[in-house]
Design a protein around this ligand. Sequence first.
Ligand code: F6R
Length: 615
Amino acid sequence: MCGIVGYIGEREAYPIVLEGLKRLEYRGYDSAGIALYDGQDIKLSKTKGKVMDLEARVDQEIETNGTVGIGHTRWATHGVPNDVNSHPHYSNSGDLVIIHNGIIENYESLKQELIKRGYIFKSDTDTEVLINLIEDVKKNENVKLGKAVQIALNQVIGAYAIAVFDKNKPNEIVVAKLGSPLAIGIGENEFFIASDATPFLEYTKKAIYLEDEEMAIVRRKKGVKIRKIKNDSLVAPYIQELQMNLEQIVKGGYEHFMLKEIYEQPHAIKDTYRGRLRAKQGIIKMSGIDDNIEKFLNANRIIVIACGTSWHAGLVAEYIFEDLARIPVEVEYASEFRYRNPIITEKDVVIAISQSGETADTLAAIKLAKSKGAFVFGVCNVVGSSIARETHAGAYTHAGPEIGVASTKAFTTQITVLTLIALKLAKEKGSISNSKFHLHLQELELIPSKVEQALKSDPHIKIVAETYKEAKNCLYLGRGFNFPVALEGALKLKEISYIHAEGYPAAEMKHGPIALIDEHMPVFVIATKKGHYEKVVSNIQEIKSRKGKIIGIVTEGDTDVKNLADHIIEVPETLEILTPLLTTIPLQLLSYHIAVLLDKNVDQPRNLAKSVTVE
Ligand code: F6R
């Protein structure tokens, strides 16, 4: 996730901004940049790579005196990571400069308008569109910077935290927020701007956290004036006294990155469908699919290749694609696929799923599929990653950086992207009725709030975790769309708590694993109301009669499983194909709490790496 930093005051801005960028490195980034005002002009230095690389570049490129500056660490969303796409971005005149965290959804139409008016764009970013829109408004409406920012933002659809500086108004920085975080540190005659308080903690403990749809003009000496972006009304600043230490702020107040990322899922899922899903109009817009629609519609079959958690998302996709779009799907471990001389033809479409976009086995499998003439579509989280570059087309998940080694928000956002694709193909093929299509779109839009609801069971899940933390083995069962969730639940437990766990299709239990069941075996059963409910209840009875401990993941208000189970954890009701997006949540939390109770290194489990770039 991008990080933004700014300073305006009486000290030299450069060391404060640079140090601030280093503090924000934990957010994950691929490039960094800085803009400093030297008393006459805005000097800019930026680079793909690390803040360290930026530092070396600044030393050679620009003077570092001046008491106003803004800096940015970029995590690419529009345009690959490179020097040009890095922030800050100038406006065409060079008078204005911007840093931006977020996504401007309607940037393409705004860009076309600006091009018609003579604007030239150097980068592929949505951010350069925004700064030129601000410049255009400022000139045409003859207004000051703050007003221009406000008018421009009212034309923008998307999410942002921005800081804008005008060399003709060197005593102020204009900031605004919608969806992405922005904090203003209040010092004595000096102000700090940042994505969170870490960059300014040693200078001040007083901070204002902007709310969504608020903007602020931060004036040297004069202070901070906050307004609503929509109706221009003034907002009384609420200054908080910060109690947290550095470590707590980096993790957003959570004890671990994994927990933070679990809780980020409502937001991350929304970011995944932002700009793609228009439920009211009944539209799904995905350029990677739109541009290649014939390839998908004429495909003999879809082959999904992935590893680990991404492979589990692929298995969910198999159920969804076949159910909705009626296209045959095969799901392959990339590591097996690449070495087993698979039959691939030009009529096959391959979907490669990878959070990091760097997994060596998946990359090799893609190259093999391409060499046989298949069309390869990537579903990645990291923009500009090797897999994103190696595939013919793709769709990013936009989950933001995942730092905890155990994948959480990557999984749910991958499923979200794949569901969008399946629905789109189903609509194109006519394999879904209009009413069913609309219903699915509406329900998908409700998922973030339902995930939020599911997260509310956290205190109860902690109690369940306490009960089963000493288990030596655990079984996870699910059917249909939730069979892959059972696999994912078991994987999460294994990798962070080192407890042996197996995921199984519930009905397969009688073909072997049932022999394992005794009073020491916790069995986590996904038994939501929709999807083979009665059959799963019968499976639960089989476990019960062998004295197994049953923890049911059930639909809100369930009574049948409740009467049989030792514990239940409720999730909100949704359409059957969307249930994995909800049932996953308690299983992630459960693994997390068990690992914490066992005092394991949750964010960096032993023997595991976030990016598996070796075979
Ligand atoms: C599990 C986990 C791994 C990854 C796997 C693939 O929590 O993180 O199983 O899912 O290594 O990684 P990506 O998705 O980056 O290709």
